[in-house]
Write a protein that binds this ligand. Structure first.
Ligand code: B12
Ligand code: SF4
Length: 477
C-alpha cells in the first residue's frame, strides 16, 4: 500500500481570502451574508483563485510508494476522513496563526505535520514547536529526501536546502494532485526565480536570492504545451519580473507565440522602452501586466531601496505598454517615507494621464523579515510589538501598521481614504473597462471588486482612527 501525503495551503483570515472578516463588526445580517457569499464566489472565480505553485511543484516529485494530494483550504475542505501518513502545510506570512492552529489540531489528531514555505524559511525558530518536521528554504530538491525518509520511517526534525536549487534542471510539473474545477485556471508557472533588486519592503531577494535563476526555455515551452492539453484557460506567470532578463524573455516568449495562449504576469515598466520585447510579449498573448510603481516621488522610492524604475519615465512607459495592446495593473504604495499629502493628488493625475486599467493603491505592509520592518521597529514607528507577528494583519486588510514619516496618522488616513473613495468608484470602473486595450470584462470585474474592497478598507481605517483617538487622547501622531 502506498504512503499518502497531503499538502495544504491555508487562507489568510482577511482580504482576498475572506471579505466578511474585513471591517465587519458583529454578525452580518441576511443581506450582508448574501453579499458576502456572492463576493466569496466572485473571489473564488477571480484571478486570485490560482493554485499554489509551491505545492504543485512538490506534489510533482515522484517517489515510488508515495502518493501526494493538494488541499487548498481557500476553496476546499480538509479531507480528514482519510488516513494521511504526512501532512505538509505551506506557511505564508499573511496566514501564520491559522497555519499553526491547523498544525496543532492535526497533531492532536495524531497526524505527522511538516511545515515549509516563506515564513518557515525566514523564521524557522518561531516555527519549530509547531511542526514535527521543518523544511527550510526552497524545497524543489529537498522534498524528495523527506519522502524517502518518510518511507524509511526516519523523518528528521529539520531539512534545509544547502543551496538555492538550479532551476535549469528539468522538473516537470504535473497537475494531477489538483481538482481543476476549484480554480480560475490551473495554468500557473514560473520561468525565473530570484530578484536582482533590493526593495526594502519585499523579501523575495532574501528568500530566493539576488541572482536571477532561469528555467531552460525548452522546459518552459514543453510545460506550456503539456498544460494546454488539460486546461486551455489563461496562464499566470508568477515571476516577480518577467522582463528581468530581456534577452531570455525575448527568446522564450518568441517561442510561446505559436501556442496562441493568453497570459498575465508582473513586469517593470522598463518594458515600455524596449519596443522589440513589447511586440514579442504582445504576439505571445500577454493580456495584462502588474507593474510596481510604488511612489511617484523619486525620493520615496530611493528611501525604500527601489532605484530601477525612475518615476519620471513611468508615464511614458505605461502608455507604450498599453498601446501595444497590454493592460496595465499599476500598483502604488501610498505612505512611503518621503511621501507627503501631495502624493494623493499626484496619483490621481497620473491615473488620468496614463489610463492605467486597474489601479491598486496599497498601504505599506511592513512584513517581518524585510528591511523596512526592522527599520520601522528600530525607529519606533510600528503600531504593534515587533516580536508579536500575529498582532499585524498583513494580508489585504487595510488598517495602518506603522506611522508614516512625513505625515501624522490623523492627516495620512483621511488623505488615503479620500483618495481611494475618488479612484474606486463604479463610474471609474466602467470608464476603465471601456478604455482597456483588451480583457475588458476582467478589467471591469477587478475594478468593481476593488470598489467593494476599498470600501471595507475605509471602514477599517475609520475604526482605527477612533481607536487611536481614544488610546492616544486625541493625538494620533
Ligand atoms: C502568487 C502569489 C500570491 C497569490 C497566492 C496564490 C497562490 N495560490 O500561490 C495571492 C495573490 C493570493 C497572494 C496573496 C498574498 N501574498 Co503573495 N505572492 C505570490 C507570489 C507572486 C508567487 C508565489 C509563488 O508561487 N512562488 C513560487 C513558489 C515556488 O515559491 P514558494 O511559494 O516560496 O515555495 C517554495 C518554498 O517556500 C517551499 N514551500 C512552500 N510551501 C511549502 C510547503 C511545504 C510543506 C514545504 C515542505 C515547502 C514549501 O518550497 C517551494 C518550492 O521551492 C509571491 C512572490 C514569490 N516570488 O514567491 C508573493 C508572496 C509570497 N506574497 C506575499 C504576500 C505578502 C502576500 C499577501 C500577504 C499580500 C497581501 N498584502 O494581501 C497575501 C497573503 C495570502 C495568504 N493566503 O497568506 C509575499 C510573502 C512574504 C512572506 N514572507 O511570506 C511574497 C513573497 C511577495 C513579496 N514581494 O514579498 N500572493
Ligand atoms: S518588489 Fe519586486 S523588484 Fe523589488 S525586490 Fe521585490 S521582487 Fe524584486
Amino acid at each position: 500500500m502506498k504512503l499518502s501525503v497531503l499538502l495544504v495551503f491555508v487562507p489568510a483570515d482577511s482580504g482576498v481570502d475572506g471579505p466578511s472578516l474585513l471591517g465587519e463588526t458583529g454578525r452580518p445580517g441576511i443581506l450582508g451574508s448574501l453579499k458576502d457569499s456572492l463576493l466569496k464566489n466572485v473571489i473564488k472565480r477571480a484571478q486570485f483563485a490560482i493554485p499554489p505553485l509551491s505545492l504543485m511543484i512538490l506534489s510533482s516529485i515522484r517517489e515510488e510508494g508515495v502518493e501526494q494530494h493538494i488541499c487548498d483550504l481557500r476553496f476546499e475542505t480538509l479531507p480528514l476522513e482519510r488516513e494521511w501518513d504526512l501532512i505538509g502545510i505551506s506557511v505564508q506570512t499573511g496566514a501564520v496563526k491559522p497555519s499553526f492552529e491547523l498544525a496543532a489540531l492535526l497533531r492532536r489528531k495524531g497526524f505527522r505535520v511538516v511545515l515549509g514555505g516563506p515564513y518557515v524559511t525566514i523564521f524557522s525558530e518561531r516555527c519549530r514547536a509547531h511542526g514535527d518536521t521543518l523544511v527550510i528554504g526552497e524545497a524543489d530538491d529537498v522534498w524528495r529526501e523527506v519522502l524517502v525518509d518518510l518511507k524509511r520511517g526516519r523523518l528528521k526534525p529539520e531539512y534545509r536546502a544547502s543551496e538555492l536549487p538550479d532551476l535549469s534542471v528539468s522538473r516537470p510539473v504535473d497537475k494531477s494532485a489538483l481538482d481543476p474545477r476549484n480554480f480560475f485556471t490551473t495554468n500557473v508557472l514560473q520561468t525565473t526565480r530570484g530578484c536582482p533588486y533590493s526593495c526594502d519592503f519585499c523579501n523575495v531577494h532574501v528568500m530566493n536570492g539576488h541572482q536571477l535563476r532561469h528555467r531552460s526555455i525548452p522546459d518552459v515551452v514543453a510545460e506550456v504545451g503539456r498544460f494546454l492539453e488539460k486546461d486551455r484557460r489563461i496562464f499566470f506567470l508568477l515571476d516577480d519580473t518577467v522582463n528581468a532578463d530581456e534577452e531570455y524573455a525575448e527568446k522564450l516568449f518568441g517561442e510561446l507565440a505559436p501556442f496562441g495562449i493568453t497570459w498575465v504576469g508582473q513586469a517593470t515598466t522598463k518594458l515600455g522602452e524596449n519596443r522589440r520585447l513589447l511586440d514579442v510579449f504582445s504576439a505571445s498573448g500577454c493580456g495584462a501586466l502588474l507593474v510596481g510603481i510604488e511612489s511617484l516621488a523619486e525620493a520615496s522610492n530611493r528611501a525604500h531601496g527601489k532605484f530601477h524604475n525612475p518615476a519620471r519615465r513611468q508615464a511614458e512607459n505605461i502608455r507604450a505598454i498599453r498601446s501595444a495592446g497590454i493592460c496595465v495593473y499599476g500598483s502604488f504604495i501610498y505612505g512611503l517615507d518621503e511621501d507627503t499629502a501631495e502624493e494623493a493628488g499626484a496619483i490621481e493625475a497620473f491615473l488620468d494621464d496614463t489610463g492605467i486599467d486597474v489601479p491598486g493603491i496599497n498601504l505599506l505592509r511592513p512584513i517581518p523579515g524585510t528591511g523596512v520592518f526592522d527599520r520601522f521597529a528600530d525607529e519606533g514607528r510600528l503600531l504593534h510589538d515587533r516580536n508579536d507577528h500575529d498582532a499585524f494583519r498583513f494580508s489585504w486588510g487595510q488598517e495602518m501598521l506603522y506611522r508614516p514619516k512625513r505625515m501624522p496618522l490623523d492627516e495620512f488616513i483621511p488623505s488615503y481614504t479620500a483618495l481611494t473613495r475618488r479612484v474606486f468608484s463604479v463610474r471609474h470602473a466602467l470608464r476603465r473597462a471601456a478604455a482597456a486595450p483588451t480583457l475588458k470584462s476582467a478589467v471591469l470585474m477587478f475594478n468593481l471588486f476593488y470598489v467593494h474592497m476599498y470600501g471595507l478598507s475605509r471602514r477599517d481605517l475609520a475604526r482605527q482612527m477612533e481607536e487611536l483617538c481614544e488610546t492616544e487622547g486625541g493625538r494620533s501622531r
